[in-house]
Design a protein. Structure first.
Length: 172
């Protein structure tokens, strides 16, 4: 039997194709994100202006969100999801909700957005409030046990026992 000697890995054409793809991907993802404002950044800056060129008062982002928001007790929200998640989705999901609750935990998710937990009745039975990045300085001032009022978009359940809200803002 003839013994074929295999080429070393770095001498194969497909190895170099993979290396080039990885290198291009790595260089492309390291671009400076602060160079040009994104649509989201522009919207936040625009929504935080209080007057336009004609001197008319504009509504802040918080005021706009509060106009369409529904105030709900966070324990009732959680209870409704635990009783029947399908029905609760119809009532709450993708709607802006106003919740008032006591902070049980404060942390940051993998993506970097700050969040707090309103505990309902023990381990994993809670409401998770994920804030916009723009609220990070305010969240940094929170303390466990503090009562806060927030407004955010209901995302439904997470792990079947946690109700999640996203893009939350602190209502002062």
């Amino acid at each position: 039997m003839e013994n074929k000697k295999k080429k070393p890995l770095f001498k194969r054409w497909w190895f170099w194709v993979i290396v080039v793809i990885i290198a291009v991907g790595a260089l492309g993802s390291n671009g400076d994100k602060d160079k040009a404002p994104t649509k989201e950044t522009s919207k936040v800056e625009e929504s935080n202006q209080t007057e336009d060129n004609k001197g008319e008062v504009k509504k802040t982002e918080l005021e706009k969100v509060l106009e369409e928001a529904i105030e709900v007790d966070y324990k009732k929200l959680h209870s409704d999801y635990m009783d029947n998640a399908i029905k609760a989705d119809g009532e709450y999901k993708n709607k802006m909700l106003i919740l008032t609750g006591e902070i049980n935990d404060i942390d940051r998710e993998i993506a970097g957005n700050p969040y707090v937990i309103f505990d309902v009745d023990g381990f994993l039975n809670n409401v998770r409030i994920t804030f916009k990045k723009s609220e990070e300085e305010k969240v940094a001032e929170f303390e466990k046990g503090q009562t806060i009022k927030i407004v955010g978009k209901c995302e439904g359940t997470l792990l079947s026992t946690t109700v999640a809200l996203s893009d939350c803002l602190l209502v002062e």
